[in-house]
Design a protein around this ligand. Structure first.
Ligand code: P6P
Length: 333
């Protein structure tokens, strides 16, 4: 594609046009892009770099870590901690919030991230991704503590995810719509390729892990059953189903052609409100989905309005095409 804008050129243009983007955010996103390029390189070399397989360790979630989980976490931290844009970070792979080391300057932002979402798919060569969410650090705070991170998703100033798939693609919102930037592997530049992503209001495609069906609440049971019955039941159309088991893959498909993604509350483990994490999966994806004209709910509440109590807390997620998510929410009433 001739002279398409790079990520940085796009952000500088947005700043000049008066969008709420400052030099620190532009520089931070440049650092995030650097981390994503390093992760892209490791994933694309896979077995050749010996990066596949288990790290023989567990994360805070009690999940076995893949080597790439640990590597991508280290890449995110190393690429972003020293530039003076961040006051702190929270990662899926870090039990506690991460303070910027004393030798580095502090900045006005805090970042939450899942460095490698869907990593169970790594060893079977299916698309995975990095998810990030950025908020302003409270005024006067230079070393944010846990309580400073526990704020609702409506406070996000930026959210994005990078998809490591057939092509590497960064999806980004700063509150002014949703854009996509494709990595040019030859030059290492993320280039603007998707200028205004909008989710179709209707869909005939649902995404859910059907093996959990017996554990769902009645409204979700009813909705999915109606999709399966299609025109032989109460719906006026037939539905297709997809399940990639990588949230980034599901969300990008929905951004591209519509759909509804559900990881709802289930009674499989009553101690867990859902499987997905609020701060670095559900909130950033909800910001993106809403900016693209979609809806993101727990089934009962708008996800971005939830007041967090823990940095790794889980939440039920129902997101995507407005008219289908609204239907599921109506069944919960
Ligand atoms: P299941 C990946 O582990 C993840 O957090 C999401 O990316 C994905 O949507 C979900 O879990 C898949 O869960 O239970 O189908 O393996």
């Amino acid at each position: 594609m001739e002279n398409t804008l790079s990520l940085k050129q796009f952000l500088v243009n947005e700043q000049r046009e008066g969008q709420a983007i400052d030099a620190h955010l532009i520089d931070l996103l440049d650092d995030v892009a650097s981390a994503c390029k390093e992760i892209h390189d490791a994933i694309n070399h896979g077995a050749l770099y010996g990066v596949l397989g288990s790290a023989e360790s567990e994360n805070i979630q009690g999940e076995t870590q893949k080597k790439l989980d640990i590597m991508s976490n280290e890449m995110f931290i190393r690429c972003t901690e020293s530039s003076g844009n961040l006051a702190g970070m929270a990662s899926e792979e870090e039990e506690d919030v991460y303070s910027i080391p004393a030798q580095y300057p502090k900045g006005p932002y805090m970042m939450y991230f899942d460095p490698l979402d869907g990593s169970s798919n790594i060893d079977v060569n299916i698309t995975v991704g990095s998810i990030f969410s950025i908020v302003k650090c409270p005024d006067g705070v230079t070393d944010p503590k846990l309580k400073d991170y526990l704020i609702p998703g409506t406070k996000q100033v930026c959210a994005g995810f990078t998809l490591y798939g057939p092509s590497t693609l960064m999806i980004l919102t700063t509150g002014n719509g949703v854009k996509g930037f494709t990595l040019d592997p030859g030059t290492g530049v993320f280039k603007l390729t998707h200028n205004d992503i909008q989710i179709p209001q209707d869909t005939a495609e649902f995404a859910v892990n059907m093996s959990n069906q017996r554990f769902w609440e009645e409204p979700v049971q009813r909705y999915v059953q109606e999709c399966i019955e299609g025109t032989s039941g109460s719906r006026d159309k037939n539905f297709n189903m997809r399940w990639v088991a990588s949230m980034v893959g599901e969300v990008y498909r929905i951004l591209t052609r519509g759909g509804i993604f559900m990881y709802p509350f289930d009674t499989k483990d009553p101690a867990k409100a859902g499987k997905l994490r609020l701060m670095y999966e559900a909130n950033p994806m909800s910001f993106i989905v809403e900016q693209a004209g979609g809806v993101s709910s727990t089934g009962r509440e708008r996800i971005m309005e939830l007041n967090p109590t823990e940095i790794h807390q889980r939440v039920p997620v129902i997101l995507g095409s407005k008219n289908e998510v609204d239907r599921v929410v109506s069944y919960h009433k």
